[in-house]
Design a protein around this ligand. Structure first.
Ligand SMILES: [Mg+2]
Length: 237
């Protein structure tokens, strides 16, 4: 038998809000910075949108976009730092959470310790969270990169272990809610915890590997599953 979870950890990008909205704005900011640096900003913007669509968490995205936009490789060392700064410094004014997210977070926080575990540049993740307006509803937020850069990103267990400790529960009694099997479900599995996967956003069609305890189509549906588990329902292991 699997013991019931005692706390809930939610992912941020494509779990609480559609990350595509943020990426579109950041790409515009990079295009503008490219124009200011004397290269064809429209082409750079177009190439960056394509690169981001191919996989938004790969490194070297801006380098590849510049090359794709026809910028000679020799000019990259001069251009890239400024464009990376434009990307990381992009402060979205507002990012719209998925429907029902604020109410769902309130419902979870009412019955269990609640935290957010997110990967990425801490400056960027903080700006995203602020723009969603959800920060007051998330008592504890941990950006994995603050624990050791990319190596600390999910599914490395270090972030979930630290967050569970901050929430005051054993890591294997946390329920993770997230959109990516390879990160959110996998990090839960890495510490013996359970996970609910939401099929939405960039990875909506990724295979269920590893398999989550439940797969749903929206944040409110994940909250319903979580509330049932927190309530003491005992599910066969
Ligand atoms: Mg995500």
């Amino acid at each position: 038998m699997t013991r019931r979870p005692l706390a809930v950890v939610v992912d941020l990008d494509d779990t609480l809000y559609p990350q595509a909205e943020y990426l579109a704005g950041a790409a515009v900011a990079v295009g503008a910075a490219a124009t200011a640096a004397g290269v064809d900003g429209a082409r750079v913007h177009e190439a960056l949108v394509r690169e981001l669509a191919a996989g938004s968490d790969a490194g070297g995205t801006i380098d590849r976009a510049l090359l794709a936009a026809g910028v000679p490789a020799a000019e990259l060392p001069l251009l890239v730092p400024g464009l990376v700064a434009a990307f990381t410094g992009f402060q979205p004014e507002r990012l719209s959470p998925y429907p029902g997210v604020a109410a769902g977070l309130r419902a979870l926080a009412a019955v269990a310790p609640l935290g957010c575990l997110t990967d990425g540049n801490p400056v960027i993740q903080d700006a995203k969270l602020a723009a969603t307006g959800l920060l007051p509803l998330l008592p504890v937020v941990l950006v994995t990169d603050t624990l050791g850069g990319r190596a600390a990103r999910k599914p490395a267990p270090v972030g979930l272990l630290a967050l569970a400790e901050a929430l005051g529960v054993p890591a294997d009694r946390v329920l993770v809610i997230g959109d990516r099997p390879g990160k959110d479900v996998a990090v839960a599995a890495a510490v013996g915890a359970r996970a609910v996967r939401i099929r939405q956003g960039e990875y909506a069609s990724a295979p269920d590997e590893p398999r989550a305890e439940a797969v749903v189509d929206s944040f409110p549906a994940a909250v319903d599953v979580a509330l049932g588990l927190l309530d003491g329902a005992v599910v066969p292991a």
